[in-house]
Design a protein around this ligand. Structure first.
Ligand code: 5GP
Length: 141
């Protein structure tokens, strides 16, 4: 089965167009990083390319080449900001693999030894908590 076409009514396209708010962490010409509203652990953030692709399967390799260094940058900052033991990077392709938002994104989740993650797309976090966590990550960038 081929990858379906990109549709620009997805929630991350709306964030990129400024139509809905996000707690932003980092932005450059090609990439945006912001807090996940349903964090699986404190500091859970998302990195997205600005150019439209549905997921890894239809992404331009040049887009990936620009995005991964930003994933690394944010992973290091999130690890420092939360004194984490490790960082989990996740990326889902198509609903069968758990994808729910159809604009390519990388999850960056600080992990602590012995602490389980909350469920994927579980409860919404208070925006004040997201803003406080974002401030810690920005300070570590
Ligand atoms: P995936 O597509 O990889 O399953 O995950 C999409 C992620 O986007 C989930 O972790 C979910 O919590 C997050 N998410 C869904 N809607 C919004 C939103 O409106 N704003 C932000 N910042 N994150 C969202």
């Amino acid at each position: 089965m081929t990858t379906p076409a990109y549709e620009d009514d997805n929630i991350f396209a709306k964030i990129l167009r400024g139509e809905i708010p996000a707690v932003k962490l980092y932005e450059d010409d090609d990439t945006l990083a912001f807090m996940d509203v349903m964090p699986q652990a404190p500091g859970h953030l998302l990195v997205i390319p600005k150019s439209p692709s549905r997921n890894l399967l239809d992404a331009d390799p040049d887009t990936l080449a620009k995005t991964i260094p930003v994933v690394q940058k944010l992973a290091k900052a999130a690890k420092t900001a939360f004194g984490a033991d490790g960082v989990f990077i996740a990326q889902f392709n198509e609903p069968a693999a758990g994808q729910t938002v159809f604009h390519l994104h990388f999850h960056v989740i600080p992990r602590h030894d012995g602490q389980d993650l909350k469920p994927h797309t579980g409860g919404m976090e208070d925006v004040k908590v997201l803003q406080a966590n974002a401030e810690k990550i920005r300070a570590a960038l």
